[in-house]
Design a binder for this molecule. Structure first.
Ligand code: ADP
Length: 227
């Protein structure tokens, strides 16, 4: 299988006040299309930063991030947004639904942005896929954490992403609800071949992915295949 993602000597420095904080240093790895990978490590080790660089939410300070052979550092904001729209889905620990929109409208937004047809019925199908067809008219505050995360999955699936990034997708959920959300993620990988990259503290979840990258202090400590 071809690689969908390639990182070459990636570094990230945040400027805070007049000080530079080096958060990632010389990170190198490639990810095979259709595979599943977890990134684990202590708090503050740079996991979320790394995920954001891979997903085109932020830019590397040095080195190269390539998605489908496209160098993300070279793109302007519009081009980067278009790459995100075409190829990428993203799930956040705190769901990040738009609070003034219903569940259905939250899922409709990316479809509308892409100029798709039959947006309402497509969004309903997506809500149905995550078991929430009857909750479309609810606002995020009227949904449980697990339901909000399932709406955010439906939203992330809406552009049929080639690669889905999830930052602590089950971190705010109870164990039982977390397992339901995990199943949706792994089903997407199996059924659609969507590459799955997770950041997680949950080592049981990490062990279910095919590969685990451990980082500490912004550097890769180990990169191993799971049994
Ligand atoms: P992790 O996800 O492993 O907990 P993060 O990538 O969130 O780590 O953060 C790594 C380090 O970068 C931390 O020291 C954090 O405080 C710092 N950091 C994260 N985002 C920013 C930012 N936007 N500006 C400045 N420092 C940041």
């Amino acid at each position: 299988m071809a690689n969908i993602l390639h990182l070459h000597q990636v570094g990230k420095v945040y400027r805070s006040g007049n000080r530079d904080l080096k958060v990632l240093d010389d990170v190198n790895f490639s990810v095979e299309a259709g595979s599943t990978l977890s990134i684990v490590g202590p708090s503050g080790s740079g996991k979320t930063t790394l995920l954001g660089l891979c997903a085109g939410l932020d830019r590397a300070s040095s080195g190269q991030v390539e998605l489908n052979g496209i160098g993300l550092n070279q793109l302007n904001e519009d081009e980067l947004a278009s790459v995100r729209n075409r190829y990428i889905g993203f799930i956040f620990q705190n769901f990040q639904l738009m609070p003034t929109l219903t569940a259905l409208e939250n899922v409709m937004v990316p479809l509308e942005l892409r100029g798709e047809k039959n947006v309402r019925s497509r969004a309903l199908d997506l809500l149905d896929k995550v078991g929430l067809a009857d909750r479309g008219h609810h606002y995020p505050t009227q949904l449980s954490g697990g339901e909000q995360q399932r709406v955010s999955l439906a939203r992330a699936f809406s552009n049929q992403p080639q690669i889905l990034f999830a930052d602590e997708p089950t971190g705010n959920l109870d164990a039982e609800t977390g397992v339901k959300v995990e199943k949706l993620l792994f089903d997407l990988n199996k059924e659609s071949g969507t590459t799955l990259i997770l950041v997680t503290h949950n080592l049981e979840l990490a062990a279910k992915t095919q590969r685990i990258i451990r980082i500490k202090g912004g550097k890769i400590l180990s990169d191993t295949l799971t049994a």
